[in-house]
Design a protein around this ligand. Structure first.
Ligand SMILES: [Zn+2]
Ligand SMILES: [Zn+2]
Length: 204
């Protein structure tokens, strides 16, 4: 599996940045990963009702996955695995094909310079030079990610995945305190009463 840089399309990347709402390194990484996963999945991305995305952590990169692959939490075909790892998997549950990306770029990445320059540029007394310096650094690092060979950013592999459980039937019931309806199996028992999580939090 080897990717090439030509797949980077400026217009498409701009659309991903607009969807995400911020111009950052991780959205560039998410874009590269999404494109690679789409390519490796090939025809297995054609029938979207069979396709799931799994992501290890809630990061900026997840917005690129949503925009490029079309899998979203609202459609329940974007699943957070909560491993806290920079791992992204696309899976066709019908054909069984699944491709995984682990992003090793961040393993040794030095965030200090970016953090310092961002702090300086966002300070009330920031000079135009400091603001321009942040823009230049961001551009440089983002273009670096967009142009880098895939192997320097992440590793792709074929994996086996179990078919995810179908989202359970939505049965709702009222909370004993506020009376508002919530998904029944999420109500918590307290002293024989079924409470919603909001009422449980405020400790009624
Ligand atoms: Zn971001
Ligand atoms: Zn309640």
């Amino acid at each position: 599996m080897n990717g090439n840089v030509a797949e980077y399309a400026e217009k498409e990347f701009d659309e991903v940045v607009a969807f995400h709402g911020c111009y950052c390194l991780d959205i560039a990484m998410g874009y590269r990963i999404s494109k690679a996963l789409m390519r490796e999945m090939g025809d297995d991305m054609n029938n979207m009702k069979d396709v799931y995305a799994y992501v290890g952590a809630p990061t900026c990169a997840v917005d690129a996955i949503q925009k490029v692959t079309g899998c979203t939490p609202g459609k329940r075909n974007l699943v957070f695995t909560h491993t806290g790892k920079s791992v992204f998997v696309m899976h066709n549950v019908k054909t069984g094909k699944a491709v995984r990306a682990y992003c090793h770029y961040w393993d040794n990445f030095d965030h200090a310079q970016l953090r310092e320059q961002r702090k300086a540029a966002h300070a009330p007394a920031a000079t135009p030079e400091q603001k321009a310096a942040l823009g230049t650094l961001l551009d440089h690092q983002i273009h670096g990610i967009l142009a880098a060979p895939e192997a320097t950013l992440f590793v792709l592999s074929r994996v086996q995945r179990d078919v995810p459980p179908r989202s359970s039937k939505y049965i709702s019931a009222p909370c004993a305190v506020c009376g508002e309806f919530a998904k029944a199996d999420l109500l918590q028992d307290q002293g024989g009463k079924k409470l919603c999580l909001e009422c449980l939090q405020v400790g009624v």
